[in-house]
Structure formats: C-alpha cells, structure tokens
Write a protein that binds this ligand. Sequence first.
Ligand code: ADP
Ligand code: MG
Length: 595
Amino acid sequence: MELTAPRSQLAAAVLAVPGFVVLLALAGDAIGTSVERTIIVFLISLTAIAAMGLYSGNSGILSFGHLSFMGIGAYAAALLTLPAQIKGATLPALPEWLAVIELGLLPATLTAVILTMTVAGLVGLAIWRLDGSAATISTLALLIITHGILIGWRDVTRGAQTFFGVPRDTTIWVAAAGCVISLVVARLYRDSACGLRLRAGRENAIAAAAIGISVPRERFIAFVLSAGLMALSGALIAHFLGAFSPKKFYFTDTFFLLAMLIVGGMTTVTGAVLGAVVVTLLTELLRRLEGGLDLGFVEIPQVFGTTQIGIGMLILLALMRRPEGLAGLREWEEWLIPPRRTAVDPKPLSPAESDPLDAISLTKRFGGVVATEEVSVTVTPGEIVGLIGPNGSGKTTLLNQLSGVLRPSEGAITKGGKDLVHLPPHKFVDAGIARTFQNIRLFPTLSVYQNVQAAALATKGGRDAGARVAAALERLGLSGVTETMAGNLSYGDQRRVEIARALVCQPSLIFLDEPAAGMNREETDALMEILRKLNSDLGIGILLVDHDLGLINALCHRIIVLNEGKLIAEGSPEEVRRNPAVIEAYLGTSKKETR
Ligand code: ADP
Ligand code: MG
C-alpha cells in the first residue's frame, strides 16, 4: 500500500492507536465487571465506527447499510464456532458440513470477514455507479434486505428468534486487538493512494475524473474493505454477547453508529474515536436517567426513549453548530506535527506523446439549445490556440466535449487515430489531455500538495509521483503554500493550483477555461509567462479561453472563434482580427438587430 502523508504523522497516528486502546483495556481489566463490559462494547463500536468512517468519510456517502455487514459477519462467525451439539439441538436443518464444523474464534472470524467482503463485492458491483443520495438510499435498501434475509433464512439463522450458545470468547483483549486492527487500517487507508483518490472524488467528482480518477472504482474498494472491518466487529460482538437476533443489526444500532460518525466528524479517524467516546458517555448517562431520578428537591419521572431522544438532539446540535464534526477536517497529528516532506528533485514533466487531437463536427444539444453545432477543430501539441467568442457561444461546452466531461450528441474525437468519444472521462487523461475549469473545481479541504498529489497518483508513472508534484508546484510558483487548504487560497492561487494539478498528469494538451478570471494585471502577466514557458520548454499544446483579446493575440499562434455554437473563424491572430464575421460578432451589430 502506497502511503501519501508524511511519515512522521502516520507513525504518530499508528503508534497512538494501540497506546490508547491498551490503556482502555488495562483500565477495564483492572476495574472489572460493568465498566469492563462497557469498555468492551465501546471497543467493538469503535471497530465498527472506524470501518464506517473508512467508507463514508472518504467517499462522502453516508451509509445506512453497514450494519448488514456486521450482521453477516456475526452470523457467519457464530455459525462456525457454535458447538456441534448446540447446532444439532437448535438448528436441525443445517447442511451437514456446517452442522459438524467447529472452528476457533480466529479462523471463524477470518472466514466471516472474507465471506462478507465477497458479499460486499457483489453488492458493490450493483451499486457502484450510484452517486450522492441515490447511493445512500441504496445502502438503506441493503440494510432492509439483509434484515429480511436474516429473519427469513430460519434453517441457518433461527429467524427472528435468538441465536444462542455462541462461545463467549471476546475478552477485553480480543476486542482491543480487533479495535486496533480496524483503526490502523482505517487510518492508513485514508492516506493511501486509494484513500487520497477517493477523497478527491468526494470533494469534486468531475475534477477527479478529469485527472484520471475512476471514482466508482475507488468507492468500490473502500466499500469492500470497510465491509470486511464491519464483519470483524460483527464477529466480536457475536462472541461477546453469546446470544443475539437480527434486530441487533438493524436501525437502532445504525442510528447510534451514525450518531458517533456525525458527532465526531466522519472525515477523520480522530473524529470516529471522539464521536464514539462522546456518544458512549452520553448514552451511559442517559440510560441511568431513563428510569427516572430523584434529585431530592425535584423528581424526574421515568421517560422511555430518553437515550434515543438525547442522542438525536446531540446529532442536531452537531449538524447545526459543527457540521464537520468535533474533530474538524484534520487528524490530531495533522494539527500537531508539521508536515515535513522529504525533499525530492523535481522531475521534468515532459509529455509522453505528441499526437494531435482531432474533433470532427461536434454537436451538443441541451434539450432545444444547440450549444455547439458541427464544430471541427484540431489542436496539436506544441501550439497555443486561443478560443474566443461572446458569452454563451459554446466555448466551455466545446472544452467539456474535448476533455470527456460531456459526450457530444454527434461527432467524433480522435487523438493519434484513437477514438475517444466513447471513453469514460477519466480515460481522457491517459490520452494526454488535461484541463482546468471556468468555475474552479479544486478539492477544497485537501492541501495544495494533496490536490496535485492526487492527480500524480491517478495517472501513469505514479511511481515518481513526488518528483512530479514538486516540479508542477515549482513551475506554478506554489512551493510556498503546499500545506494550505486549497479552499482557503485566493482566486488567483486557486487557478494556479488547478493548472499545476493538470500539469502533473504530464499531458500533451492542456485546456484552460478562463484561467485569468479573478486575477489582477500582474498575476495575469505572470500566468501568461508561465504558460508560454510550458509551451516552449515542454512542448505542451495549450487551448486557451479568455476574454482579454490583447492577451490572446500576444500569446496564441492560432485563434478559433465561436459564435452561437458555430465556428465562425479560424486563423492567425492577424487574420482573425480582420475577419468581418468576428468583428460583427464582437461589436454586436448582428443583422437581426440592425434590420
Ligand atoms: P461559453 O463558455 O462560451 O460562455 P457555454 O458553453 O457555457 O458558453 O454555453 C453555451 C450554451 O449552452 C449557452 O446557451 C448555455 O446556456 C448552454 N448550456 C451550457 N451548459 C448547459 C447545460 N448543462 N444545460 C443546458 N444548457 C447549457
Ligand atoms: Mg464558458
């Protein structure tokens, strides 16, 4: 697994986990009885919450379905450890091989984890393309379906009846071990190449695709991995309780785990731990109040559901006052330990190939609007092409088609003879095409470094990612702000981060949609100098949209003019400037109006 964060931070994070868990376990072991039970349940909850955070936190998709995986893990592991004698008495209809099998906790847990990951893989294949609320609702459906199966499959699960007789092998130390595994996997995943790519997708799916990230694929990996850890927590709880029924893995526990995730903050492992602590403490407190309380001067009556009501209010409070959760957006060690990245020599960012891009007769319709109409253009690496036209003339729509963000209604796009039209957007970058967006699309809660790093890790040549990131940051003059959150930068800086992110993909063509918007004169001039150098030093072709005709004339070898979706002129700056159609489009004296 390739790790993307500074070693000092990850080492601190990974070492702190067993420290924290062992301290808790020691305390529970020493105090014993009811406190020990509470701590075991806490450790198992933490195992589950880290697993849920791994998926929901990094993908940004809240999951209501993860308790299904806990349930599958619990039943699967319990079926394997349950003494054959008890199986004979309570589950007479079990298949022969399952009836006689009697495994220890460890092999049973491992088997349950693998089985659950397989199930999650199959589920993931069905839902991996779903986005946002559709994805969340699909996980809700999963919870309900799994619950139905657990209740319906009586021969194996005893249906709604209690499944009992499971050996109580989950001691406080077993729970601690499971918890350490889950927390460490979740923490390392977050800063692995996969985790960073998924977080980029969470922040902006379109931009992530534009730098070569297959967001569905990354989601799928996280989904299966987190299901495995959920199964681990299920096996632990099954062998702690000894007896349980399907409702243990349904809405009530989903609610409590989601509360932990939301209150603590789901984007970090620190948040998972904080949320688990706060919700567990509050639950314990409220449970004591549930039976009523006599304060001497006033008597609080018994109220059923005090715990749920209290936790519900806590969620509301958290959402209103601290929507990103108690822990915020960074891990504790990211706050405390300054990220010192080992210096690397920048690697020259030469494009891998130099095939021209040919677009033939691109037409894009939005309902009745024809945004581009039979536009044919060729862009060759090595040249700087200006794309101009009045507002709404189809410039952005053309770039979106050329970079795979939009599929043309009609027309063909090829590069070096290779057909691109039918490729998914994240494959365009493999063909040497990178871009920036008119309405900036950064990964705002990731650092400048991580914005560029995510792109470097998503494209070919991921090996020397560090050297490429350094080179891209240096070229765009961003070496001084690498650890700033991208969303906190000025517009001008944000636009330069977008260009660095595109550049690190080693494209042969870069499309820039109004890169100077929001920049002052000096910034614009500096940017133009950078672009000129990219072109002359590296031979990168640039397709540039801008409204500043002086700038376009000074920089571009060739200019393309769109008006009302049609290509109305193409040629050298000189030719275009004298073209009557262009003058007409720009001066706004269209025939319709003068007539
Ligand atoms: P430009 O970048 O030159 O200002 P655009 O490409 O953004 O122009 O827009 C071209 C035309 O297509 C406009 O009329 C715009 O309203 C329309 N358009 C662009 N995107 C969409 C969309 N997603 N849905 C509907 N209409 C769109
Ligand atoms: Mg535009």
